[in-house]
Design a protein around this ligand. Structure first.
Ligand code: SAM
Ligand code: CA
Length: 219
């Protein structure tokens, strides 16, 4: 028995999916619609989404932020976990990517919860701070351009209430964070991971879920 996390072969992964995945039909349809997309690997896995939905419910989140929407699967998953009067501020710059999402958000009956802002996420977050929304959010998911992750983290930390949770995707970056950085994305993730390790403003966990999922709870 290893004390490390299991590495999943195809058979064990299928077992996990067969014995735990609970998707809304719109989630399944959106995954199928994205499967042939050239960048389909940008979408989080359904079991990661289900875990994040559980976190949303555990934190009792009503107001959430997503940075990096793509075709809308993670936004759909978080929105389904929010109460009916909950709101998700969904940030992306691509009309082309996010256009796919809307029919599935409607199919799931959560379109009214999602406020999609097509602009650089830092502008959207800065506007929220300028409008006095600091401390008003409960949950944030960061999954966009890696070189801006630190700036997103700092904004989200200000926008969240104490006890709020930030989930940061791709923090293991296919294992490359453990090697000398060969590009700006890897270096940015390494710097953020090093900073978070000793950041006393949050409680921390870096999980080997998906491509690495860091959870930071604002103290
Ligand atoms: N969370 C999505 C999912 O599970 O399907 C995947 C998000 S994908 C990895 C990254 C997204 O970030 C892309 O849709 C891209 O358009 C968006 N993006 C890139 N730079 C951005 C920026 N400066 N502001 C907002 N969104 C940005
Ligand atoms: Ca990601």
């Amino acid at each position: 028995m290893s004390r490390r996390s299991l590495s999943l072969d195809d058979g064990l992964y299928q077992y996990l999916v067969d014995h735990s995945l609970r998707e809304h039909p719109a989630q399944q349809a959106l995954r199928e619609a994205t499967a042939t997309h050239a960048h389909s690997s940008m979408q989080i896995s359904p079991e990661q989404g289900q875990f994040m939905a559980l976190l949303v419910k555990l934190t009792g989140a009503r107001r959430a932020i997503e940075i990096g929407v793509f075709t809308g699967y993670s936004a759909l998953t978080v929105a389904l976990a929010l109460p009916n009067d909950g709101r998700l501020l969904a940030c992306d710059i691509s009309d082309e990517y996010t256009r796919t999402a809307k029919p599935y958000w409607q199919q799931a009956g959560v379109a009214h919860k999602i406020d999609l802002q097509l602009a650089p996420a830092l502008s959207t977050l800065d506007a929220q701070l300028a409008a006095g929304a600091a401390g008003q959010y409960d949950f944030a998911f960061i999954d966009a351009d890696k070189t801006s992750y630190d700036a997103y983290y700092e904004c989200c930390l200000r926008l969240l209430r104490p006890g709020g949770l930030i989930a940061i995707d791709n923090t293991l970056w296919s294992g490359s964070v453990a090697l000398p950085a060969k590009d700006a994305d890897t270096a940015a993730l390494q710097q953020l991971n090093a900073k978070l390790h000793h950041d006393e403003r949050v409680d921390l966990s870096l999980l080997p879920v998906g491509d690495g999922l860091t959870l930071a709870r604002k103290r």
